[in-house]
Design a protein around this ligand. Structure first.
Ligand SMILES: Nc1ncnc2c1ncn2[C@@H]1O[C@H](COP(=O)(O)OP(=O)(O)OP(=O)(O)O)[C@@H](O)[C@H]1O
Ligand code: NI
Length: 350
């Protein structure tokens, strides 16, 4: 069964200058055990989409319309207490800055053990009062939860996990904190892990290690992952499928290999052309001119039109719906779609 289905999601923030439409009519699907990438420049709405899924959109921001379903059940209808249970349980999230999400006054081991305790019922006795459960599972260093925390630290390759579990977050290096965050997020054995730029602050070698670990952990725990990044190299490394987001909208979606071998949307093509590659000289990079527009009352139909080398007048006036991009070659529907008037089956192009 599909793990996550997002349909027509619209998340907005009222501001003194007007309404910021951070996420606009977004659809997203994640199947079991899949790593799905969400890429796009800064300010395109990736984090707000993640926050919408988690149910932590900052007030006065709100989900104005659309639906988010987890295993077929709508999350938007649930009371806050139930959402809280899901957060960190069925869905957990690794945030961009681990220092902000780790508690500086608790040891790393205690924090992971707490996650284990919150989300793993004691045997069959699910309905035990929280206080009793706590006693049974124990927060002491002999407790099950503590032992599980050490195993989790070990699985994200923290050296000497027994000793390191008693360290405070500030005693960890940046890369180790990021791993501890991943361990914490996985401690609850979530069905879905949302990782928002989990490696951006790290150096390239450590980035690669963490991405490798994410992939291994996905296999070990059968977790689906939504990986948010503005780094296409990261996406090509680990993702099965990719969603490209621009100015609040998904503009292209494809298998990862297909996206890189046959990018269709002019924005995706621009992103790829502006990404450094090991096998090409740096001076061949072509940055996309201009910036992501202000998301208040965008006056043009295709949000990318003002930066697009191929834009015509129609692009400013007609909303580009998703079209299958190679239905004309094999006649079959497929999962590669782009929202561009100048792409898709030849007879439909403008
Ligand atoms: N609390 C808020 N109030 C008002 N506007 C907000 C708020 N949070 C986000 N936004 C706006 O929503 C838009 C999308 O922001 P978001 O953080 O989702 O971008 P992003 O794609 O995650 O960028 P980055 O790669 O820099 O993390 C931005 O224009 C941002 O200013
Ligand atoms: Ni972000």
């Amino acid at each position: 069964m599909t793990v996550l289905e997002v349909d027509g999601l619209h998340t907005r923030f009222p501001t003194p200058r007007g309404t910021v439409d951070a996420v606009n009519e977004v659809d997203l699907r994640i199947e079991p055990g899949e790593i799905v990438g969400l890429v796009g420049e800064s300010g395109s709405g990736k984090s707000v989409l993640a926050e919408s899924i988690m149910g932590i959109v900052e007030e006065p921001g709100e989900i104005a319309s659309g639906d988010i379903r987890l295993h077929g059940e709508s999350l938007l209808d649930l009371p806050e207490s139930k959402r809280r249970e899901i957060r960190g349980g069925t869905i957990s999230m690794v945030f961009q800055d681990p220092m902000n999400s780790l508690n500086p006054t608790l040891t790393v081991g205690e924090q992971i053990a707490e996650m284990v305790r919150l989300h793993q019922p004691v045997g069959e006795s699910v309905s035990l009062p929280a206080e009793l459960k706590r006693k049974l599972v124990g927060s002491s260093k002999n407790g099950q939860a503590w032992r599980r925390a050490i195993e989790m630290l070990e699985s994200v390759e923290i050296p000497e996990p027994e000793t390191r579990a008693s360290d405070y977050p500030h005693e960890f290096s940046g890369g180790m904190r990021q791993r501890a965050m991943i361990a914490m997020a996985l401690a609850a054995e979530p069905d879905l892990l949302i990782a928002d730029e989990p490696t951006t602050a790290l150096d390239v070698t450590i980035q690669a290690q963490i991405l490798d670990e994410l992939r291994e952990l996905k296999d070990a725990f059968d977790t689906s992952i939504l990986l948010i990044t503005h780094d296409l190299a990261v996406v090509s490394e680990v993702c099965d499928r990719v969603n490209v987001m621009y100015a609040g909208e998904i503009v292209e979606r494809a298998d990862a290999t297909e996206l890189f071998s046959d990018p269709q949307h002019p924005y995706t093509q621009g992103l790829i052309a502006s990404t450094p590659r090991l096998d090409a000289p740096m001076d061949s990079l072509e940055p996309i001119d201009g910036n992501v527009p202000d998301l208040i009352d965008i006056p043009f139909a295709c949000h990318f039109a003002p930066r697009c080398p191929e834009a015509t007048r129609e692009c400013y006036e007609i909303d580009p719906n998703f079209r299958p991009v190679d239905a004309d070659t094999d006649g079959e529907s497929n999962d590669h779609v782009a929202a561009c008037l100048r792409r898709g089956p030849t007879e439909e192009r403008l």
